[in-house]
Write a protein that binds this ligand. Sequence first.
Ligand SMILES: [Cu+2]
Length: 149
Amino acid sequence: MNTLSMRAAFAAVFLALACTATQAADANITLQDAHAQIVFGAKVGAAYLRVTNGSTEPDRLVAVSTPMASKAELHSVIDDNGVMKMRLVEGIALKPGETVELKPGGLHVMLMDIQPGLKPGDTIPLTLTFEKAGVKSVSASVDKPAHGH
Ligand SMILES: [Cu+2]
């Protein structure tokens, strides 16, 4: 074996090891307490959940989709001189071991043009795409309407 093919062989081994490590980290995203608040009659709503990165690598939630709405976006809420505004976010970073909570008044999954006929207690399937962990699914239960609506 000449030096060049030795190097190629080592490179192949390292690549194989790197792939194994990535796959081990994949299993460590946990999704909990997924629920959704819908503005009944307006076809818009928001989904909330807790996302935990249990791996030793940083990860990033990059996209969300659902068959129950024509559009799902990651949003944050910002205070613009006392006016609360929603902003589209490119992704949500997750440090190793970190739990990020998507909750009312903060980060949320914006659902637009929601299919009609959903009732409190129904579930909305959400597909979350992570940079490293890949695609994860969770069901969000539809909350009862909030007070005054
Ligand atoms: Cu929003």
